[in-house]
Design a protein around this ligand. Structure first.
Ligand code: HAM
Length: 426
């Protein structure tokens, strides 16, 4: 442990080689799932103008920003998420691109939160944004992409729940709540708080309060929508949102996506307007949400034309934690070959031979000038299955020795064949 002042900042993590391999594997699985649906990768800066993030992301995010003023006096922020940045990128660079526009990203995000297991101050998201289609098939595609990505990870136990903030918002609107009050109630709902005192304070009529609380407690299968419709009698806007949700579920069924309904999902970010969904993994405790997303509206907030948009983001750190907790280990890259120069005269040749071997298989060269016995003990400890011993006597015959560390068997190989060693070992 270094002196405390040189230690890692609170809420951040170091990623060691084994976990890094798992992360890269996960990123690969996500990339191929996203690309399978025609999404293309984009990257945005790590920091943005503060204004972009506070424009519509909500109070909750504002409290948790890493914002700062740079040497030029600009107010900047380390991005807390990637939806607002990707919408900015769209408005600045891609408004003329053909629609629908399918974009995906992998990147680190920063939120000044109280760190705990699964909740960090720097964490990684992988997500997609689908721009330009107002139809239910676009929303269902986004949900299907998230399900397909998760499928590829092989995570055994999770739950995908769909909600509709449009219903909650129209109840609140009917009760006289403006945008700001809606946001406060949605935020409290997202945190699982009792929203009645808040609504009373806002002067929202008792009947509306009852409807909102009743709707927000509805959870289950498709039948939940029929129950919701009963609650909503008389509120045409909310009823049409509920009907829209039924259409969406029909399309999801035809794609074989497994889901549940939870009309209490309110999401922590303020920009959602319609369908919302969250995925929870078993075994993570309080921070079990590994993915969140939905239909939102941001382009007009940033001064562009209103454009239908939906998307989601996975939290990669939490997903990896869930995989570990559920015993799903991603394949790890094994070390394969160690080349050991036996005798000081053979070092140059050993380096040359290592380069040849690397043409077909990863290999490392002994760097500590250890004697053969100690180098073999190192290979054993590291689980390296094969050692190539470069000895003077064999070299004179144009050969090296290949040792199988598992059986202890040794055989001679011709130097000119070593560039194909990987093919031989399979
Ligand atoms: P979000 O729900 O705030 O949504 O974050 C998405 C995911 O990031 C969460 O489900 C969680 O797994 C992970 N996450 C959030 N905060 C932390 C943290 N402090 N530590 C570790 N993981 C965390 C969004 O960010 C939206 N931009 C998603 C979206 C995309 N909506 C539409 N398009």
């Amino acid at each position: 442990m270094p002196n405390q002042k040189f230690a890692r900042p609170r809420g951040t993590r170091d990623v060691l080689p084994e976990e890094m391999e798992a992360r890269r594997w996960l990123e690969g699985a996500f990339r191929s799932a996203f690309e399978g649906y025609g999404y293309r990768e984009v990257q945005t800066p790590t920091f943005e103008h503060l204004e972009l993030v506070i424009a519509k992301s909500g109070e909750e995010i504002k409290k948790h920003l890493y914002d700062f003023t740079d040497k030029g006096g600009r107010e900047l922020v380390l991005r807390p998420e990637l939806t607002a940045p990707v919408m900015r990128l769209y408005l600045q660079e891609l408004t003329h691109a053909s629609k629908p526009l399918r974009l995906y990203y992998l990147g680190n995000c920063f939120r000044y939160e109280e760190p705990q297991s699964g909740r960090y101050r720097e964490f990684w998201q992988a997500g997609v944004e689908l721009i330009g289609s107002p139809f239910a098939e676009a929303e269902t595609e986004v949900i299907a992409v998230a399900a397909a990505a998760l499928e590829r990870t092989g995570l055994p136990a999770y739950e995908l729940l769909i909600g509709e903030v449009g219903i909650l918002r129209s109840i609140l609107r009917e009760g006289g709540a403006g945008e700001e009050d809606q946001a406060r109630v949605m935020n409290a709902l997202d945190k699982g708080e009792d929203v009645r005192p808040l609504m009373t304070e806002m002067g929202i009529p008792e009947e509306c309060q009852r409807t909102l609380v009743g709707i927000s407690r509805l959870e289950g299968g498709r039948e939940v929508i029929a129950e919701a419709k009963e609650f909503l009698a008389g509120n045409d806007e909310a009823l049409s949102k509920a009907a829209g949700q039924e259409e969406l579920l029909d399309l999801l069924d035809s794609q074989g996506v497994k889901y549940g309904i939870d009309l209490g999902i309110a999401r922590g970010l303020e920009y959602y307007t319609g369908m919302v969904f969250e995925i929870y993994a078993e075994g993570l405790g309080a921070q079990k949400q590994i993915c969140g997303g939905g239909t939102y509206s941001l382009t007009e907030v940033f001064g562009g034309a209103a454009t239908p948009t939906c998307g989601f983001a996975f939290g990669m750190d939490r997903l990896l934690l869930a995989m570990e907790k559920q015993g799903r280990t991603p394949p790890s890259k094994k070390k394969r070959i160690l080349v050991v120069p036996a005798g000081s005269e053979t070092l140059k040749k050993a380096l040359e031979i290592s380069a040849a071997i690397r043409k077909s298989i990863p290999c490392e060269t002994e760097l500590l000038r250890r004697k053969l016995k100690k180098a073999l003990a190192y290979a054993d400890r590291e689980g390296i299955p094969f050692v190539v011993i470069v000895g003077e006597d064999e070299l004179r015959k144009g050969c090296v020795v290949l040792r199988d560390m598992h059986s202890g068997e040794q055989r001679e190989l011709r130097v000119e064949e070593l560039d194909k060693l990987g093919l031989q070992l399979g």
